[in-house]
Design a protein around this ligand. Structure first.
Ligand code: HEC
Length: 275
């Protein structure tokens, strides 16, 4: 038989009440156990978790009701305060008294410690890995229109293969002098520095990476780096440097050629342009 959880909890608490009644528990124990039972009911009796604020509200009402009940007659009040008075005055109960006196502040301290000891987490940040580039950028005092920009050395691939090869070779030099620390020996985004990076560089060898991008996009990212990313790209958490400060325009185009040549991929053609 499968009963809803609320019934199991209610049955258990009823059983506890029965035991208290059979053992003729005094008002003090009964009030304590009943308040605790009510908390157990609110906390565990429902499949949907009850918010802490609602639990506090209901517990407040329950405590008021208990106070009203206990103070409603002299007998009950004495039944409730009797054990407390005995705890404080009878020498035989000294050890218990000391234990309670130490335990209460210790419990309060533990509760505060647990509340303050929340694990620190970085704020969740949805990052667009390939945000839309700006229409134009200025690199080395030269205004470049990114919507029409092409790699000036790409045409050499067909018109002058040896010259093209030397640009790729220059790009290889630029890459292994500057980029492999982060982007990795084989452009897989697994360089030795990545343990300290968040986000880590993408794997250029992956078919879904630079093949989906135009060379002008790659050139923009190399020249302007992390600082040049728009808001949605998450400029504050990428380590990608702005290479325009260290490389010539030609070196940045050459390393772009090298990225595609090494990973055996073709750049994405501009819309409306057919090679
Ligand atoms: C200090 C580490 C570091 C170095 C050195 C570095 N990069 Fe990066 N690079 C990154 C990180 C991290 C990212 C990913 C985050 C981002 O897009 O800004 C990235 C992203 C890129 C991107 C964008 C890729 C994409 O999918 O949009 C390109 C292109 C790139 N790097 C090229 C280079 C080149 C070329 C060099 C060398 C001239 C270089 N990087 C050197 C850390 C580095």
């Amino acid at each position: 038989m499968s009963l809803p959880i609320i019934w199991w909890v209610a049955l258990l608490l009823l059983a506890v009440q029965l035991v208290l009644w059979k053992s003729r528990a005094g008002t003090f124990l009964w009030t304590l156990v009943s308040c605790f039972s009510f908390w157990v009911f609110l906390r565990f009796g429902f499949t949907v978790p009850v918010p802490q604020s609602v639990i506090s509200l209901y517990m407040g009402i329950a405590l008021l009701a208990a106070a009203a009940y206990v103070t409603s007659s002299r007998d009950r009040l004495e039944g409730f305060t009797g054990p407390l008075v005995r705890l404080c005055t009878e020498p035989a109960r000294r050890p218990l008294l000391y234990a309670v006196v130490l335990l209460l502040p210790a419990l309060a301290a533990f509760a505060v410690y647990r509340q303050m000891n929340v694990k620190l987490e970085a704020p969740a940040f949805g990052r667009t890995i390939h945000p839309a580039p700006p229409d134009s950028i200025t690199v080395h005092d030269k205004a470049l229109n990114l919507t029409t920009l092409d790699n000036p050395y790409r045409t050499l691939e067909k018109s002058d293969p040896p010259a093209f090869a030397s640009h790729v070779a220059n790009g290889r030099r630029v890459y292994y002098e500057n980029c492999f620390y982060c982007h990795g020996d084989a452009l897989r985004g697994d360089g030795m520095y990545i343990h300290g990076l968040n986000p880590i560089p993408t794997n250029f060898a992956d078919a879904g990476a630079i093949a989906l991008l135009q060379e002008s996009f790659i050139f923009w990212r190399i020249s302007k780096g992390g600082p040049g990313l728009p808001e949605e790209g998450g400029p504050w958490d990428t380590a990608m440097p702005a290479w325009e400060k260290f490389l010539t325009e030609e070196e940045m185009w050459d390393v772009t050629l090298f990225l595609y040549e090494f990973s055996n991929q073709r750049p994405r053609a501009r819309e409306g342009v057919h090679e």
